[in-house]
Design a protein around this ligand. Structure first.
Ligand SMILES: [Ca+2]
Length: 220
């Protein structure tokens, strides 16, 4: 067996061999530090992203508040319009006369049942009974025109639910005389108005010489 000679040169060689890897390690980048730096960068990126998202959310909060204020204003407008619509007067108007001229056989106390309906918006006038019936409570304006056959005399009443509220008459001395009246009545919903002959000749002029018309001025 050969004996290993531990000489100074051998010791030096061994020390160099052992220490070489250690000294070379001190010059390399530490992997843990690399990972730490990568994580640090990622955390910074995430923090930046979170800040951006926070800014966006703050902007959205502001936008939502603005939208909420807008919606609140619109709700107020809708409520105002709804209230106005509830008070808005519906469209009711009628204008009726006789088809034939002259129109005969109008007996005393007869309700004049006009059969030529030139307008009946709201269908509040019924030709079969000659009555206007208020579809809503309100203030209504009525116009009556009454023309007897030439040289006759005729009297009639505007009647509201059995009560005379206005009169119209014509005494035709010249052959072309007409009686007429305008009356404004406040009616409850469902109340009826009609034109009823009182006395006089049984023949009246047709066309627009004898007519009844009415219009709702305002619902109440
Ligand atoms: Ca006269």
């Amino acid at each position: 067996m050969s004996r290993l000679l531990v000489t100074p040169s051998v010791i030096l060689l061994v020390c160099f061999a052992v220490s070489w890897p250690l000294t070379s390690c001190t010059d390399d980048v530490d992997p843990l530090q690399v990972v730490t730096e990568q994580h640090s960068q990622k955390i910074s990126q995430l923090e930046s992203l979170i800040q951006q998202q926070a800014n966006k959310m703050a902007a959205m909060d502001t936008l939502i508040q603005q939208q909420a204020a807008t919606i609140s204003g619109m709700q107020t407008s809708v409520q105002t319009l709804t209230s106005q619509m509830a008070l808005q007067t519906p469209f009711v108007a009628f204008d009726v006369q006789y088809k034939d001229d002259p129109h005969n056989n109008v007996a005393s106390h007869d309700i004049l049942k006009f059969d030529a309906i030139s307008m009946n918006i709201g269908n509040a006038y019924t030709a079969s009974n000659g009555m206007f019936q208020a579809p809503v409570s309100g203030v209504y304006l009525f116009h009556v025109k009454l023309t007897p056959n030439p040289h006759g005399s005729i009297y009639a009443y505007l009647v509201k639910e059995g009560q005379n509220v206005d009169s119209v008459n014509a005494h035709d001395d010249t052959g072309n005389e007409t009686g007429d009246t305008v009356r404004i009545l406040q009616l409850d919903r469902g109340e009826r108005v009609w034109l009823q002959k009182s006395s006089g000749v049984s023949s009246v002029r047709g066309w627009a010489h004898t007519k009844l018309a009415g219009v709702l001025l305002r619902a109440t």
